[in-house]
Design a protein around this ligand. Structure first.
Ligand code: AMP
Length: 581
């Protein structure tokens, strides 16, 4: 360098050197930037071999900024460049710092998922206005007079665990009541036992074995059971028992009640539940028990019909949220003596947009109630929602939440969209009627309507469900196919799979088949572009329960959020238009 400076190079070379910026490099080499005292002190410490200590100081200084952004390690790079330490030392030190601070990919994903989940979880508590205003929190479950028979109480806890293991019942919660394997040991009155007999019901299903004793003891409960598992009896039979007890103690007077409220997301479900109650009420009456009155508060049934019962004093009300809200709002009915609340198919209720209605309904309660929540699928957002309203709940799970019934043979058939209606006719030959056909779009339902007699949601013994198309999310698929294979019977579900199905739901489907021990057809693997169904990544999606994707890619969550976003816009628009008038 010194030689070059003493012997100036020819102009052309200078030009070339200028082009390569070698002159400026030289300038930079010679340039000594101002180093603040604090930095110089650090440099000295570095030279004295206190690299680790300084690094820790630097790390502490930059901690808050990098905490906000774990990907940001530019501060460390600057730190490395600033000090006159060998590259090897700098490299290994930076590597150590980066490793210590950066979250592993899995941790990061878990954190991100947790974050998403928290943002969609229900944070507002489900409480009555009086409870909120007075800050009342119920700590202990409601007390009932029912106790398990002594022969069950005397059994050791290991025996109860064994029964749960045998029946694949998973329980969570404090002091879970013992499972009971016969209706007689549940101490039901003769009328109920006769009603069960008439329906050909001999012994309790797993959800009943564990769920009925829990409800009879007054416990709040989250029941996770596939459709057709017999969950309706878990919340109706104990309710009838407490209503009888109340009626015997002090007969219901005019306009009193309801004592028990059952909320369902659809009219059909409410009707079915009401019919089941009526069946047992009839049998109880036949054995000389007092009359238990129940009414149906749903759209499509005249309000006057329901009010007739309410005016006589009503024990049980089965309702859909809309009609119930309307009646509460008009003060036609009150929940001041209501002590038993059941939400059936709670996940559907939330999916169908009844969340705010449910909150409003809760606000009409004036005292502690026993709260039960039932659902075939139970994504964590609903569990959070439930926990805010339940007191020391017992969770009874008889199958992975969101899993398909093992009683259904799932058959998939690749069919082009235009060939589906013709193919449907072939599918209909698989089993004797009735067959239930689902389709996503109303116009498809209209188009195939002529082939079918849609008499209602719950035909007895449906042997075959046909999905004219694949539903947009796997929860819907599970609900649809759950209409067959009920009460231990075998069922068939045929799904016509065309190109229109989203790959995310197809992956969920492949996992669901594998989980149910069924063959995943090769055309499905081709459609999802995987040679085999990979093991599920953890528990799958914590929002919708699909095993083929994580919450970060959940199509259902995305759809819900899009819908909410568009509703916000619409609400604003409507509010503005209303304000304009
Ligand atoms: P659910 O899951 O409550 O909709 O019940 C589905 C069907 O199972 C209904 O038709 C019930 O009558 C029937 N069922 C309920 N409990 C039992 C039982 N313990 N044994 C046999 N069938 C039952």
């Amino acid at each position: 360098m010194g030689d070059k400076q003493s012997e100036p190079p020819p102009p052309v070379k200078r030009y070339r050197r200028e082009e390569k910026s070698s002159e400026s490099e030289e300038d930079i080499d010679n340039y000594e930037p101002y180093v603040p005292v604090r930095e110089r002190k650090k440099q000295q410490l570095m030279k004295l071999g206190r690299l680790g200590q300084v690094a820790a100081e630097v790390s502490a200084e930059t901690k808050s900024s990098s905490d906000n952004d774990p990907d940001d390690d530019t501060s460390q790079e600057e730190w490395g460049r600033r000090y006159n330490v060998s590259l090897l030392d700098q490299h290994s030190e930076l590597k150590r710092l980066a490793e210590a601070r950066a979250l592993s990919a899995a941790e990061r994903q878990a954190r991100e998922e947790q974050h998403i989940l928290e943002s969609v979880a229900q944070s507002k508590a489900l409480m009555g206005v009086a409870e909120l205003a007075k800050g009342i929190q119920y700590e202990e479950p409601i007390k009932t007079s029912w106790k398990p028979p002594r022969c069950i109480l005397e059994l050791p806890p290991e025996r109860h665990d064994r029964v749960r293991d045998q029946l694949r019942i998973l329980v969570e919660g404090e002091d879970v009541p013992p499972p009971i394997r016969t209706f007689q040991h549940m101490k039901f009155p003769k009328g109920i036992l006769r009603g069960l007999e008439e329906k050909g019901i001999k012994k309790p299903t797993p959800i009943q074995v564990q769920g009925i004793p829990a409800v009879l003891m007054g416990r709040d409960m989250i029941g996770i059971a596939f459709t057709g598992s017999g969950k309706t009896l878990v919340f109706t039979l104990p309710l009838l028992l407490v209503c009888l007890e109340q009626e015997i103690k002090m007969p219901f007077i005019r306009n009193e009640g309801p004592y028990g409220l059952i909320i369902c997301p659809s009219r059909e479900l409410a009707k079915q539940t009401h019919e089941i109650i009526q069946h047992f009420v009839k049998h109880l009456k036949m054995t000389g028990m007092p009359e238990i009155r129940s009414c149906l508060a749903i759209g499509g049934v005249a309000v006057s019909e329901c009010m007739e019962v309410v005016q006589r004093g009503v024990h049980v009300m089965v309702a859909t949220p809309g009609r119930l809200m309307d009646m509460l709002d008009k003060k036609m009915v009150r929940l001041n003596v209501c002590r038993y609340l059941c939400m059936d198919e709670a996940d559907r209720m939330i999916d169908m947009g009844f969340e705010e209605d449910v909150r409003t309904i809760f606000s009409y309660f004036t005292g502690q109630r026993q709260t039960l929540l039932f659902s075939a699928t139970m994504p964590r957002k609903i569990q959070n929602f439930a926990r805010s309203a339940l007191v020391k709940p017992v969770t009874v799970n008889v199958g992975r939440a969101g899993a398909a019934s093992l009683n259904v043979r799932q058959e998939l058939e690749p069919v082009k969209a235009e060939a589906r209606t013709v193919h449907l006719l072939q599918c209909l030959q698989k089993t004797p009627p009735p067959v239930l056909v689902f389709a996503e779009r109303k116009q498809d339902v209209d188009a195939i309507h002529e082939y079918l007699l849609l008499k209602g949601l719950d035909f007895a013994n449906i042997q075959h469900v046909i999905n004219y198309d694949m539903p947009e999310d796997i929860e819907n698929y599970v609900h649809r196919i759950g209409r067959t294979g009920r009460a231990g019977g075998e069922g068939v579900a045929t799904t016509l799979l065309g190109r229109a199905a989203e790959s995310s739901v197809l992956k969920d489907l492949a996992h669901l088949l594998r989980e149910a021990g069924q063959k995943v057809p090769s055309f499905l693997l081709d459609m999802i572009g995987e040679p085999d169904v990979p093991a599920p990544d953890g528990q799958g999606c914590s929002y919708c329960g699909g095993l083929g994707h994580r919450i970060t890619e959940c199509p259902k969550l995305e759809a819900v959020q899009n819908k909410q976003a568009s509703n916000i816009g619409r609400r604003d628009y409507l509010a503005n238009t209303a304000a304009d008038y």
